[in-house]
Design a protein around this ligand. Structure first.
Ligand code: NAP
Ligand code: MG
Length: 494
């Protein structure tokens, strides 16, 4: 083949873009309507923290401060639980169809303000605007719509037995999908008739507090949902509060274990949505170009800050060279940079601390003998960025194959047989998700039965739907979010 007909030849000849051609900037310009200061949302009102203390939320794309966020301490968390406890009886007694109306209203108000929320989410967390606009915000609205639909049909959630709400639920969420994780937690809890005290992540609290404005506009009764902001200590206060009938946590396995230790011996119900190290498995009969797109989406979506990211690629030996070569060509044209630019594929890493974690694990990969590939790319001078990264020559004992990196870093391993693929895929303490790429339906069925993962995607990756339960096996946690199963986790027998 003449060089200009192979992807690499075309790249050399300047026929594909990426680092060879420059794009004009295409910034999203909607006003995120940020306030300078965000107070706590307790009992339907914004209130100053008792301590009078605030911390900064910054934009990781340029390290500029966006707003002051209130730091909640013991008295504030107590006040939030007290408000939720007062609100619980009337809220639980409200007919489901009435509760559903509030949720419908919240969903519609969020749709009305979708662009504003997308820009705020991108500025606060660093994710590409394309993703916050097309995924995070619409998906969050979809969760409110879906659960609004359930609120008046709760007698069908568990056919044959009546269900009732639990009481006040304490919830803590991470920074990778701030608004969406909030929707996953808030919508089912409220639909079932519970009240909530929720803590967003320290680096990404803004969209939760903007949603609090929507809760006010929707006329949600005071105290039904309360948001307290702060760091890990505030999270521990929310999780450990004696007023919680249940706690729901999404975050790292390490913190999840600490919470379980903290609550051991109490009668508190718990759901834990923790880390992952998913295998994305490509067989030789897979549609290769489609699989390459799925691999890229699996690991580079949201800079790889995804609990269910396909961070281990297991590729069948007969096609390994072809897949890896196509993958390298594909990541050469990924655009890393300003998250507010509509052309950006990889935005900013969420925080300086997360960037340091990624760098540390990548250095360990190199030190342990894996082979690093990063396409040439110019990173912005300010802000936290990391190029898309592949590792070949990876063995199962390498840290990059075992530990969750939570960044745009793919570890590539190979296999020869189906049994070997299953063995390697399951050789992890985690079990949140997996992907299978093959033409054979029977193989998909076998893999989805034998892979110890809460979600198995076939010939696709990172697909979500509010009606589809999501959750883990092993150290990825327990309990489900989404679907009937998710609602049941917020209920007890009536
Ligand atoms: P993290 O450090 O565990 O933090 C998660 C949340 O817990 C944050 O709000 C954090 O507050 C808070 N927190 C920290 N220490 C706490 C403590 N001792 N008690 C109570 N709360 C505490 O995790 P992360 O780094 O933010 O998020 C990334 C992790 O979340 C990854 O492991 C990822 O896989 C996991 N995740 C899982 C799912 C899932 O559905 N399974 C979804 C998304 C993310 P600060 O923000 O102030 O630290
Ligand atoms: Mg921030």
């Amino acid at each position: 083949m003449p060089p200009s007909t192979t992807p690499r030849g075309r790249a050399r000849a300047g026929l594909i873009f990426g680092d060879l051609w420059d794009f004009d900037p295409a910034p999203e310009t909607a006003d995120p309507k940020l306030k300078e200061r965000y107070d706590l949302f307790i009992d339907g009102r914004f209130v100053r923290p008792r301590s009078g203390r605030y911390f900064d939320s910054i934009n990781p794309a340029n390290e500029r401060k966006l707003a002051d966020i209130a730091l909640a301490g013991t008295a504030d968390v107590d006040a939030a639980y007290a408000a939720a406890a007062r609100a619980f009886r009337p809220w639980a007694a409200t007919p489901g169809r009435e509760r559903g109306k509030y949720l419908f209203r919240i969903a519609r108000l969020l749709q009305d303000r979708a662009r504003e929320f997308a820009v705020a989410e991108t500025m606060d967390g660093g994710k590409p605007i394309r993703e916050s606009r097309d995924f995070d915000v619409p998906m969050a609205a979809a969760h409110f719509f879906y659960h609004a639909g359930w609120a008046d049909k709760l007698e069908y959630v568990a056919p044959g037995r009546a269900v009732a709400p639990l009481g006040v639920v304490g919830q803590v969420i991470p920074w990778n999908f701030p608004l969406l994780m909030l929707a996953w937690k808030l919508a089912p809890a409220l639909a079932m008739g519970n009240c909530v005290v929720l803590k967003p992540a320290e680096t990404t609290s803004i969209t939760a507090l903007k949603l609090a404005e929507i809760l006010q506009d929707a006329g949600l009764p005071p105290g039904v949902a309360n948001f307290v902001t702060g760091a890990g200590e505030t999270g521990a206060l929310v999780m450990g509060h004696p007023g919680a009938a249940k706690v729901a946590f999404t975050g790292s396995t390490e913190v999840g274990k600490a919470i379980m230790r903290q609550l051991a011996g109490t009668d508190r119900r718990m759901t834990m949505e923790l880390g992952g190290k998913a295998a994305n498995i490509v067989f030789d009969d897979a549609p290769i170009d489609q699989a390459v797109e799925g691999i890229v989406d699996g690991i580079f979506f949201n800079q790889g800050h995804v609990c269910c990211a396909g961070s281990r690629l297991l590729v069948h030996e007969p096609v390994a060279d072809r897949v890896i070569s196509k993958l390298k060509d594909r990541i050469r044209v990924l655009r890393v940079g300003d998250p507010l630019d509509k052309n950006t594929d990889l935005g900013a890493i969420n925080s300086k601390a997360q960037l340091a974690t990624i760098r540390r694990l990548v250095a360990a990969g190199v030190r342990e003998g894996a082979v690093l590939f990063q396409p040439p790319c110019r990173l912005p001078e300010r802000g936290f960025y990391f190029p898309p990264t592949l590792f070949t020559n990876v063995t199962q004992s390498h840290r990059i194959a075992r530990e969750e990196i939570f960044g745009p870093v793919l570890a590539i391993l190979t296999f020869r047989t189906v049994d070997e693929a299953i063995e390697k895929a399951n050789n992890t303490p985690y079990g949140l998700s997996a992907g299978v790429w093959t033409d054979k339906g029977s193989r998909i069925l076998r893999m989805s039965t034998e892979l110890k993962a809460g979600v198995v995607w076939a010939n696709t990756f990172n697909r979500f739907d509010p009606s589809s339960p999501f959750g883990g096996y092993k150290e990825s946690g327990f309990g489900r979010e989404g679907g009937r199963q998710g609602l049941l986790d917020y209920s007890r027998r009536a």
